[in-house]
Design a protein around this ligand. Structure first.
Ligand code: GBH
Length: 443
């Protein structure tokens, strides 16, 4: 164990072309809720029992006011890039026009990044859907996809010349499945008949926005960010292997296969028809619009066994686990990247999120998060191994720049490489942040 991060001497991840960054999302850090329209996460937070500590995004890390210091902090870390998301309800009015005050807020951030030579990776949708759109059905309403296209059009015009890469959506699996099927994320809708319908409209929104971005912003890298939780069988029994393949199609391949193959996984035929998405002529062509990059988020794997009633059953993960209960299993990261590269003809890949929640303690101005350093070390090695096996990985972003609102977990789980004291809003770079900085600046 060492408090440093390292890579094999000849690793391409030590070249200065390899992009290192830190990532955040608007609702998780901004606060400033009174200066934008309400979103589905405001409503969700206000519904008792949904967020574990009863917290909300009204203040969060107060990045709305502290953005300037935070850009300095990002610069201090020595990174090449910053991945941020745009709050749709901050930049677009209810009648669909640009809200100039909201746009200016981001223009200031983008200009500050540019002045420091930090590449801006902008995500257009990281889960904060305007509430007025949810009131009309949200992602269950096909119209929302066209509203998203219009938003992408206006914002890519307004941001011209300031963005290095656009991701349309962050993790459509989470929006669709967690939001409209399991109900553990906003808007909290539960029912197997909804998830795949929401997913289809999200993917359609992505494809429509891709068309717009290619036209308005031909010089940026335009793509999407997907999350993967690779599926492993509990045993080598045929039943467990089959159940696992089904889960993989349901949770993972469902979101990538339409993008590259223009079709959903074959398991569609095994789903009851009332659970099917509504696919109109031409949708799959829109969805499979060519992309300049694929963003991949990885945290953990999941283990499944066959189940009589349902198709599969997820079992509790073994040790070692992070503070949020997710197994630490870096081998799945390499295997994921290699398998995706074999299955699909991928554009350049960026690891747009990877990181760990740990039970951090701030003691005398220091956060000794050796456990998080170990997690990063193992996962950087896993990316290196995938590159050695032929996967074109061009960059890596740590999740997250700083501790923030961890969705249904509220502020109880800390993912930052920078510690946030929510009472004082003082930021302290954790030992993992210092190690990350050293790795990047010593290249
Ligand atoms: C990302 O979501 C989000 O983009 C980001 O906003 C968030 O803060 C960050 O990760 C940390 O959560 O139940 O053991 O099978 C990741 C969401 C995490 C969802 C892993 C599926 C499966 C874990 N995914 N999870 S398990």
């Amino acid at each position: 164990m060492t408090d440093k991060l390292s890579l094999p001497k000849n690793s391409v991840m030590l070249s200065t072309d390899f992009v290192y960054g830190v990532a955040t999302a608007s609702f998780q850090i901004e606060g400033g809720a009174s200066t934008r329209l309400p979103c589905i996460w405001d409503t969700f937070c206000n519904t008792p029992g949904k967020v574990i500590d009863g917290s909300n995004g009204k203040t969060a890390c107060d990045h709305y006011n502290l953005w300037h210091d935070d850009v300095e902090l990002i610069d201090t870390l020595g990174v090449d890039a910053y991945r941020l998301s745009i709050s749709w309800p901050r930049v677009i009015t209810e009648s669909g026009e640009l809200n100039q005050a909201g746009v200016d807020y981001y223009l200031n951030i983008l200009d500050a990044l540019k002045a420091k030579n930090i590449k801006a990776f902008v995500t257009l949708y990281h889960w904060d859907l305007p509430q007025h759109l949810e009131d009309k059905g949200g992602w269950l309403n096909r119209e929302t996809a066209y509203k998203f296209r219009d938003y992408a059009h206006l914002i890519s015009e307004a941001f011209a010349g300031r963005v290095y890469a656009y991701a349309t959506l962050n993790e459509p699996f989470c929006s669709a499945f967690l939001g409209y099927e399991a109900g553990i994320h906003a808007p909290g809708i539960i029912g197997k008949e909804f998830g795949k319908k929401a997913a289809h409209h999200l993917l359609l929104a992505h494809g429509l926005a891709m068309q717009v971005l290619k036209k308005n912003s031909p010089n940026t890298l335009n793509g999407i960010v997907l999350n993967f939780t690779p599926c492993y069988p509990e045993s080598e029994s045929l039943a467990d292997i089959k159940a696992t393949a089904f889960a993989d199609d349901y949770f993972n391949q469902w979101y990538i296969k339409p993008l590259f193959d223009g079709e959903y996984p074959k398991i569609m035929t095994e789903l009851p028809t009332e659970n099917h998405p509504e696919i109109l002529d031409g949708d799959m062509e829109i969805i499979s619009h060519p992309m300049d990059f694929l963003g991949i988020n990885f945290y953990t794997r999941a283990i499944y066994r066959a189940d009589a009633g349902e198709h599969f059953l997820q079992i509790d993960p073994p040790e070692p686990r992070t503070d949020i209960g997710w197994e630490i299993y870096p081998k799945a990261f390499t295997e994921l990247l290699v398998s995706l590269n074999n299955k699909y003809s991928l554009p350049p890949v960026y690891i747009t999120e990877n990181g760990a929640a740990m039970a951090d303690k701030l003691v005398d101005g220091i956060v000794n998060d050796q456990d998080r350093i170990d997690y990063y070390q193992q996962h950087l090695n896993a990316v290196h191994d995938a590159i050695e096996q032929g996967v074109q990985v061009k960059g890596y972003f740590a999740w997250s720049l700083m501790d923030n609102f961890e969705w249904a977990e509220g502020y109880l789980k800390r993912f930052g490489i920078v510690y946030v004291d929510y009472d004082t809003q003082i930021r302290t770079i954790k030992d993992s942040g210092l190690a990350y900085k050293a790795l990047i600046t010593n290249r």
